[in-house]
Ligand binder design. Structure first.
Ligand SMILES: Cc1cc2nc3c(=O)[nH]c(=O)nc-3n(C[C@H](O)[C@H](O)[C@H](O)COP(=O)(O)O)c2cc1C
Length: 334
């Protein structure tokens, strides 16, 4: 069935196909149809997940199709990245399929309708499972003021999120990845942790903070990030985002496009990030594995490397929702 849908989707430009899929999933959300929920419950960060397979950020940036995605069988959904103010992102075309390798390169640049629209969409959804909200900074905000954007978003989304992801690893917002290092990271985490403490007192409930990092960090940088995460008592880490490396797609059509590479050609790099991070964190902070999961074996590898939960995006574009059901049924949590 999906091979037919895919034939149609792949006849469109990658972003047009995405927009069509969001509309279809939005519609699915309104209908009683469902591919069925599979129960494989797990508790991580104090949250109860129906199963450990989640939708990665970027697929539903504005939370327009949450109910539809839920019907594909995901155990949790992460919406965003959202910024304080709506922005267009980079000029199109900005998403490219690397067909031969089952990869995607995107340089979207946080195109989104702004945090307020996201919140309205969440309020209108019926979904009551675990919902992560991924926050970022506007392109026009100077990097030295980026903390303000994260604070604004955290305050606004706090009461609507099961957890909040701080995205400092998109390669498509200028200087964003500089926040992953040394003092800049320490300052950001300490300001967000203070805000989280205040918000948890104000609302009377605690919402975990998760940091999303890049797979392009070297061993020393991974150790340093892990040290910061532990010192600031951050609740979880997503490892990781898309890569700037082209080692696994050299010579293939579109591989020269600028942006972050995801999908199958990212798999090994991402697993190696999880493995190194896990050695540094020593089970003190849970890892959400993301990057190139395209089969039960590749998902299992990430769990074996130290991930507690998994997130998928690109392989769903290539394989359709059956992959999600296979992962939910067959990946064994350790
Ligand atoms: C088109 C596209 C847009 C993305 N947008 C975001 C985003 O807004 N925020 C984010 O944290 N990650 C974003 N990502 C990264 C994914 O969440 C995920 O971490 C990455 O693609 C690796 O997983 P995958 O190989 O299963 O796709 C995006 C990925 C793609 C392909």
């Amino acid at each position: 069935m999906y091979s037919l849908i895919r034939k149609f989707l792949f006849s469109l430009d990658a972003e047009q196909a995405h927009e069509f899929s969001i509309k279809a999933l939005k519609y699915l959300g309104y209908t009683p149809l469902s591919l069925g929920q599979i129960n494989n419950p797990i508790e991580v960060m104090g949250l109860k997940f129906q199963n450990p397979i989640g939708l990665a950020a970027g697929a539903d940036k504005n939370g327009e199709a949450i109910d539809g995605f839920a019907k594909l069988g995901f155990g949790f959904i992460e919406v965003g990245t959202v910024t304080p103010v709506a922005q267009d992102g980079n000029p199109r075309p900005r998403q490219f399929r690397i067909l031969d390798a089952e990869g995607i390169i995107n340089r979207n640049g946080f195109n989104n309708l702004g945090v307020d629209v996201l919140i309205e969409n969440i309020k209108n959804s019926k979904y009551n499972g675990v919902l992560g909200i991924n926050i970022g900074k506007n392109a026009t905000t100077p990097i030295e003021n980026s903390f303000d954007d994260y604070q604004i978003c955290l305050r606004k989304v706090y009461q609507y999120a099961s957890y909040v992801t701080v995205n400092i690893s998109s390669p498509n917002t200028k200087n964003l990845r500089s926040l992953q290092y040394g003092e800049a990271l320490d300052d950001l985490l300490s300001s967000l942790k203070a805000e989280q403490t205040q918000l948890s007192q104000k609302f009377g409930y605690y919402r975990p903070l998760v940091l999303k990092i890049a797979p392009d960090l070297n061993a020393e940088e991974i150790a340093s990030v892990a040290d910061s995460l532990i010192r600031h008592k951050i609740d979880g880490v997503i490892a990781g985002n898309t890569t700037l490396s082209r080692d696994t797609v050299t010579g293939l059509t579109h591989s020269e496009q600028q942006g972050g590479l995801s999908g199958k050609p990212l798999n090994q790099l991402s697993t190696s990030l999880i493995r190194q991070l896990s050695q540094e964190l020593k089970e003190q902070i849970p890892i959400i594995g993301s990057g190139g999961i395209h089969s039960v074996a590749s998902g299992q590898e990430k769990i074996n490397a130290g991930a507690s939960l998994l997130q998928v995006y690109s392989a769903m574009v290539y394989q359709g929702p059956k992959l999600i059901r296979d992962l939910v049924k067959q990946v064994k949590i350790l």
